[in-house]
Design a protein around this ligand. Structure first.
Ligand SMILES: Nc1ncnc2c1ncn2[C@@H]1O[C@H](COP(=O)(O)OP(=O)(O)O)[C@@H](O)[C@H]1O
Ligand SMILES: [Mg+2]
Length: 293
């Protein structure tokens, strides 16, 4: 039996700093009573992030996206809630990686096309691995010839995409294709270096198919008052014991964790009164921006 004494409460707020970054496919998530919490996407390729509205799911996803940008990954975000949660990260991303897009998608037809393209990409990568006699992206890239770039696919408020009442036959077909591609990706993409994170307010069986869910191995859950909701994500009721008033407090795996928070950067503060200083300090600036200082 091991007994631990908790001397201090977890902090209620920990701001993200770029020196928290981890190497390769590891993402720094926050702090628990036992130290830094990391998502290792090479060990647990896909994740499910649950929690009631306002628990901090989008905040956590933004922090992970920020890290993926710094790692020069390809990133696609499906955000059907609207409200522009991701517009500021979109700007930061566009400065860096103009070749890969589109970044944020909030139209179902565009989502269908993106997922179709990504499925083709994954199948192409798997075929290339086979030809090269390797079994995954790490081995393939280690050969040092051609490299595949890892890809992060974020589906925030995934129920808005998976639990839709189609208006007509065409829409029905579109949503069933989306569902099909997501299943295929969840099943096939782990070796190919495509990582899926899905956010849900309530990932119940009628919203999230068991086949997709079983592939979302990394589990993160914010506060739920309903024990059944907590069980869906964690197979335990621990999310009901979290302090509901603390934003960004999650159970990650087994650990109560305070997630790092990446503050929303101020919108377009250009030059004049030292606007540069107001930006996120070590954000990658494009050459054009650097020229203005
Ligand atoms: N890790 C965090 N630390 C501190 N505050 C946070 C954190 N994550 C989110 N918040 C705050 O809580 C609010 C709601 O978070 P959000 O991520 O939008 O919740 P959700 O997506 O779960 O509905 C945010 O606007 C932000 O002010
Ligand atoms: Mg949200």
């Amino acid at each position: 039996m091991s007994v631990s004494f908790i001397k201090e409460e977890l902090p209620h707020y920990i701001e993200w700093r770029d020196n928290l970054m981890e190497a390769s496919a590891r993402f720094a998530i926050g702090e628990s009573y036992t130290g830094k919490v990391v998502w290792d996407a090479s060990a647990m390729p896909h994740g499910l992030i649950g929690g009631s509205t306002g628990s901090g799911k989008t905040g956590l996803l933004r922090c992970i996206i920020h890290q993926a940008i710094k790692k020069h990954w390809n990133i696609s975000v499906l955000d059907f809630k609207g409200g522009g949660d991701y517009t500021t990260v979109e700007r930061q991303y566009q400065d860096l990686a103009k070749d890969y897009g589109p970044f944020i998608i909030s139209e179902a037809e565009e989502a269908r096309q993106l997922l179709m393209g990504l499925t083709i990409e994954v199948k192409g990568r798997l075929a290339a691995f086979k030809e090269a006699g390797v079994s995954n992206i790490e081995e393939y890239n280690a050969r040092g010839r051609e490299r595949f770039v890892p890809w992060l696919l974020v589906v925030d408020e995934a129920a808005e995409l998976l639990d839709v009442k189609p208006k007509d036959k065409a829409e029905k077909e579109m949503y069933s294709e989306i569902d099909h591609y997501l299943r295929t990706l969840a099943r096939l993409s782990r070796a190919a270096g495509v990582h899926i994170l899905m956010g849900f307010i309530r990932p119940s069986a009628d919203v999230l198919d068991g086949q997709i869910k079983n592939n979302l191995l990394w589990r993160v859950c914010g506060y739920f008052s309903d024990p059944a909701a907590s069980r869906i994500v964690l197979d335990s009721e621990r999310a009901t014991e979290l302090p509901p008033e603390v934003k960004g407090r999650f159970i990650v795996g087994e650990e109560e964790t305070q997630a790092y928070y990446f503050p929303v950067p101020p919108i377009a503060v250009e030059a004049e009164d030292g606007g540069e200083a107001e930006r996120e300090p070590s954000a990658p600036a494009s050459p054009a921006e650097q020229g203005t200082t």
